[in-house]
Design a protein. Structure first.
Length: 188
């Protein structure tokens, strides 16, 4: 979407409603995935999560597993939609550009008083660089999740080595977005 100035509201619309819906579908389903994934571990009873209002169901493995699958479907679908929608429209604003690393270093230097902050466009260089990282993490989570789902549904006797690798990749993939600043943040 091209930025649209809404003078009567003293605002700039940077994203369309559809883009906001896609963003929040990924964000909310990602949070549901995080919590239901944790609920699959033996922690909900141990840490009294089940005693919190509305979370009594969290100790039921099958319920949290099905919620995890439903959220994974939304997460994957929204991610694929994002690629298709923006790709077909030829939008490349979030793709890294030549000079992003140098511009990021200049920004970091300016934060500690060394030099001036370079001029920015709609997306910060850090956001464009983080976009690639997030796409990689999403791909890791989706592919490793598919292996784990295949094991649960079709192949209970799957190779332990394959399942161990998928589990490690899945667990590492879910930790990265929790690191502060790892997702590029939002520009004020």
């Amino acid at each position: 979407m091209i930025e649209k100035i809404l003078a009567h509201k003293n605002l700039v619309a940077r994203h369309s409603r559809l883009e906001l819906m896609e963003h929040w579908a990924i964000a909310i389903s990602g949070l549901v995935l995080l919590f239901t994934g944790i609920f699959e571990l033996p922690v909900v009873k141990r840490y009294y999560i089940i005693t919190l209002p509305g979370l009594g169901w969290s100790a039921d493995f099958i319920t949290s597993l099905y919620m995890h699958y439903a959220a994974a479907f939304v997460f994957s679908t929204a991610g694929i939609f994002h690629l298709a929608y923006h790709g077909l429209r030829g939008e490349k604003g979030m793709l890294p550009q030549k000079g992003d690393t140098a511009a990021s270093i200049s920004v970091m230097k300016s934060l500690i008083g060394i030099g001036k902050e370079p001029p920015m466009h709609k997306y910060l260089p850090e956001q464009r660089l983080a976009c690639v990282g997030m796409a990689f993490i999403m791909l890791m989570l989706i592919l490793s999740g598919l292996v784990k789902t295949y094991k649960n549904i079709y192949a209970p006797d799957m190779s332990h080595a394959v399942l161990l690798w998928a589990t490690w990749i899945h667990n590492i993939g879910f930790i990265f977005p929790l690191i502060p600043g790892a997702h590029g943040g939002h520009r004020a």
